[in-house]
Design a protein. Structure first.
Length: 237
């Protein structure tokens, strides 16, 4: 799922793909922080519905649908756990809505921003190259590792069902290949960094510059104003 979301971000062509990556990231973080600070289910429900409408209007229906089922399952689980542990219906709804918003909020950034574009925006801020490269590696490495794990699990599923239940065989068929691929991927990554001369140039250059424009500031300001307005309208309900 994360892999497909990042691939969507690298292929996005809507207006959000032209917004500065940090503006989208800050708006996603603002939504994330808002859900942690607010305890009104009406405010959170209004933000969630508005977020879904915005994602649909921005052409992000597919990634929103990809995230909907996992968020619904986790949110429903949090709802019942909170309710069974003695929480009120309102408190349980707050926990569930927080999960739903968490899953959808970062689509604004993740589904419209390629890792390369995000790295260029960090370079423009003059951040240390090791920090920028570390973030890029995390974005690239996790989807690759997930794909490797899926391939290993598929290969293991071809064994006889009776043999798959054996713990020693599970260790040899799942854990050993996974750890081996983990180290080989790390070696390949290290070799790629050396080949590209990472660390030799204290001031790396970018093929394409990412600059902050007025539309980026306007986008972030409009998002924060909309969030504030929704809170004012529903905070006393």
């Amino acid at each position: 799922m994360l892999r497909s979301l990042l691939m969507t971000g690298s292929q996005a062509t809507g207006f959000l793909s032209r917004i500065h990556p940090l503006s989208k990231l800050f708006l996603s973080l603002a939504l994330f922080s808002y859900t942690l600070a607010v305890r009104s289910p009406y405010s959170l429900a209004a933000v969630y519905l508005t977020l879904l409408v915005f994602l649909g209007g921005s052409g992000l229906v597919r990634p929103a649908l990809q995230m909907f089922l996992p968020s619904l399952l986790v949110g429903a689980g949090m709802f019942f756990v909170s309710f069974l542990l003695g929480g009120t219906l309102a408190d349980a709804s707050v926990f569930a809505l927080r999960i739903l918003i968490f899953f959808q909020a970062f689509i604004i950034f993740g589904a419209t921003t390629s890792p390369a574009s995000f790295l260029r925006s960090l370079h423009a801020l003059k951040l240390p190259p090791p920090l920028c490269m570390g973030l890029l590696i995390v974005l690239r490495f996790i989807p690759v590792l997930a794909a490797e794990m899926k391939a290993i699990a598929l290969s293991y599923s071809l064994r006889k069902k009776a043999n798959r239940l054996s713990l020693p065989l599970f260790y040899r068929g799942i854990m050993v290949p996974f750890v081996y691929r983990l180290f080989t991927l790390a070696d390949d990554l290290t070799l790629a960094l050396h080949v590209r001369g990472f660390g030799n140039n204290p001031r790396p250059t970018s093929f394409r510059q990412v600059s902050l424009h007025g539309r980026d500031v306007l986008f972030l300001a409009a998002g924060l104003l909309a969030l504030t307005a929704l809170h004012k309208l529903t905070g006393n309900l």
